[in-house]
Design a protein around this ligand. Structure first.
Ligand SMILES: Cc1cc2nc3c(=O)[nH]c(=O)nc-3n(C[C@H](O)[C@H](O)[C@H](O)COP(=O)(O)O)c2cc1C
Length: 226
């Protein structure tokens, strides 16, 4: 499977990307996948200008001559797009959001009402085979109230993607937390294996990946140095 990973963490040692890497290890277990990782922070992707020139040209590219056109070409070829990023202000980091905004050259102006009742723009190419997985890590211990906005946005933009939202991810890079981080990495690896077989994640698997590593109050005490 051709997998495009859009790594939206700006950090060299991303908490979230550790989880995504474990997932990819699992996906690669039975069959080697064709994985292309784009570290978005290293790319030059300007914000969308809103000129809609792409909708006049309908050639699947943006008039801004930066790295986004290469990303669009990879995106069009992908069978699975994995958006891996930390939660920033209850949303995706701005440099990754610029990549998402600038996928509009892949749709046209024409609007259609789809089976889920939502009005969308018609895709320029056939994306019916493209699957999407969102892996988002965050610093708060609570799930409720933290991911709702992001989930609504991803559901609308990616047409109900598989989504894993993980609280307490800074623990992934705390050596003393290895006893709880390693089991989560093992669960991500198993989830990758499952995904390679079924091309989706069961609700039980998602729940196991999203369960906080340690109780919220304990996490807060650690963060506050108490
Ligand atoms: C600018 C900024 C905004 C953040 N906003 C949130 C937030 O809204 N909710 C949250 O739980 N964590 C928030 N965090 C914490 C990160 O999501 C968290 O540290 C995550 O583990 C970083 O993942 P990474 O190492 O993959 O980049 C924020 C961090 C930064 C730097």
């Amino acid at each position: 499977m051709r997998i495009l990973v859009l790594n939206g963490s700006p950090k060299k040692k991303s908490d979230t990307f550790r989880l995504t890497e474990a997932f990819l290890r699992g996906m690669n277990k039975k069959h080697t996948q064709e994985v292309r990782v784009v570290n978005v922070i290293e790319k030059n992707v300007a914000p969308c200008r809103g000129c809609f020139r792409c909708w006049e040209r309908e050639d699947g590219h943006c008039v801004i001559e930066d790295d986004q056109n290469e990303i669009l070409d990879l995106y069009r070829r992908a069978e699975l797009a994995i958006w891996s990023f930390p939660l920033y202000c209850y949303a995706m980091p701005s440099h990754l959001k610029a990549v998402l905004d600038r996928t509009i050259p892949l749709i046209r102006m024409k609007m259609v009402r789809e089976a889920d009742g939502r009005v969308r723009h018609e895709p320029l190419a056939d994306f019916s085979r493209l699957r999407t997985l969102v892996v988002c890590g965050c610093g708060f211990p609570d799930w409720a109230g933290n991911f709702q906005g992001l989930r609504a946005m991803c559901k609308a933009c990616f047409r109900s993607p598989d989504m894993v939202c993980v609280p307490e991810t800074p623990l992934m890079n705390v050596p003393a937390a290895a006893t709880v981080a390693e089991p989560l990495l093992a669960r991500f690896e198993r989830a990758g294996e499952e995904y390679a077989g079924t091309l989706t994640l069961s609700p039980e698997t998602v729940a196991a990946l999203e369960t906080p590593m340690i109780p919220a109050e304990e996490y807060i005490r650690h963060v506050n140095g108490l």
